[in-house]
Design a protein around this ligand. Structure first.
Ligand code: PLP
Length: 398
């Protein structure tokens, strides 16, 4: 096959990253500490704070997964406790709960945003307290259970979750939110940044994200103490002593100064990248507008502003003339074009098959019938010609 690969979402450098890297080399800051680490943290904080009710601070880390893990550690998640997690997501959202030896319960998605359904969330809390799980400072645990320690909603593919409803439930039941904003940097809900709603939120800068540092992540919060704890724990929890002393188990999770240098170049163009991904989404939307069997992942109303990290759709198999997601994927593959099925719900994953699930199976239906289309901010007109040639053939648009 000679055709150049079209990726689902590939890195898109601004050109300035290399200058920051050179600066780090020139000053010999080749370590998980240095001016770029500090500057990138300030850049992220400023970006999120611009559309937030209060000031956000940031700890940059080695990955989004490590940020989620530290958030669990900081909230004291441990054996016997339970954490409530959106099922329709990547495994990294849930795995850190297991690192801490705690239980997980999974929540279905609602139809509009594809994210955590607030109704099932509330049902799960009522049910878990009946099972004996406690709530810190509110309800004592019973039956050998621990506490309901956190709620973890996700803004899938950039689409904000219904944070008004979820935040209200969090406040009513006094359960903190860890917001998984790995895919949603630049998205907003009610005019406020995704990543600014939770008690803590996490970001990812992995290779396919809207901005990337190759690998990397961040823990952000309005609560400075949480962020300071993340910095402390991510650098092996070293006590303030002249020798090496440790009163707590720490981790080697801090971001390197070289990686942060890439981030400084990337965040300068974040708004441009959001605009480019939203423009991609519009192109697809225009293409599918008269195709009744395709339902695009869409902003439910003007409260929602997605970065459209990935453009995704659901195929109505009953009315698709025998066209299936598998056929579409195969045809794209033949043309060396990458696309991807929607996340397999975590409660269906072999590792999580025995976990409690609250829902009616909406995310299962999405999984079986949905696809993510090439969505990179660096797609060219000729890439789109190739993508639309395949789609036109499949959907018989001549
Ligand atoms: C929803 C979600 N959560 C968490 C992560 C984990 O981030 P990382 O790959 O930086 O560890 C990712 C992406 O990889 C993700 O898509």
């Amino acid at each position: 096959m000679n055709k150049q690969k079209i990726w689902l979402s590939s890195p898109h450098m601004s050109g300035d990253e290399i200058n920051f890297i050179n600066e780090a080399f020139n000053d010999n800051w080749i370590a998980p500490v240095g001016p770029s680490v500090n500057a990138f943290e300030e850049d992220i904080s400023a970006y999120l704070t611009e559309f937030s009710e209060s000031k956000i601070t940031t700890a940059v880390l080695s990955s989004g997964t490590s940020a989620l893990h530290l958030a669990m550690v900081i909230l004291g998640v441990g054996p016997k406790d339970v954490v409530i997690v959106q099922s329709f997501t990547f495994c990294a959202t849930a795995n850190p709960v297991i690192y801490q030896g705690a239980e997980i319960v999974f929540i279905d998605s609602e139809e509009e945003t594809w994210n955590m359904d607030p109704i099932y969330l509330e049902n799960s809390i009522k049910d878990l307290t009946k099972q004996g799980y406690g709530i810190a400072n509110q309800i004592k645990p019973q039956n050998g259970k621990g506490y309901i320690k956190a709620i973890v909603p996700v803004h899938l593919y950039g689409m904000p979750a219904k944070m008004n409803e979820i935040s209200k439930i969090s406040q009513t039941y006094h359960i903190p939110i860890i917001e998984d904003a790995a895919e949603s940097l630049g998205s907003k809900y009610g005019g406020l940044s995704c990543g600014s709603f939770g008690d803590m939120a996490i970001l990812s800068f992995n290779g396919n994200k809207i901005i990337t540092t190759s690998s990397g992540g961040a823990l952000v919060s309005k609560n400075n103490q949480y962020v300071n704890s993340a910095r402390f724990l991510s650098t092996q929890a070293r006590d303030p002593a002249i020798h090496y002393q440790h009163s707590q188990i720490g981790y080697n999770y801090r971001m390197s100064n070289i990686i942060a240098s890439i981030g400084r170049g990337q965040i300068q163009v974040l708004d441009e990248r959001v605009a480019q991904r939203r423009a991609n989404n519009l192109r697809y939307r225009e293409f599918f507008k008269d195709i009744a069997c395709v339902k695009m992942h869409s902003e439910p109303n003007n409260q929602f502003y997605s970065n459209f990290w990935l453009t995704a759709f659901i195929l109505d198999k009953e009315n698709s003339n025998n066209l299936t997601i598998e056929i579409i994927q195969k045809e794209f593959l033949k043309e060396n074009i990458e696309c991807r099925p929607l996340w397999k719900p975590l409660h269906l994953q072999p590792i999580y098959r025995n976990k409690q699930f609250y829902g009616s199976g909406i995310c299962e239906r999405f999984f079986g019938n949905g696809l993510c289309l090439p969505s990179g901010s660096n797609l060219t007109d000729s890439d789109f010609d190739r993508i639309f040639e395949v789609l036109s053939r499949l959907f018989k648009i001549m």
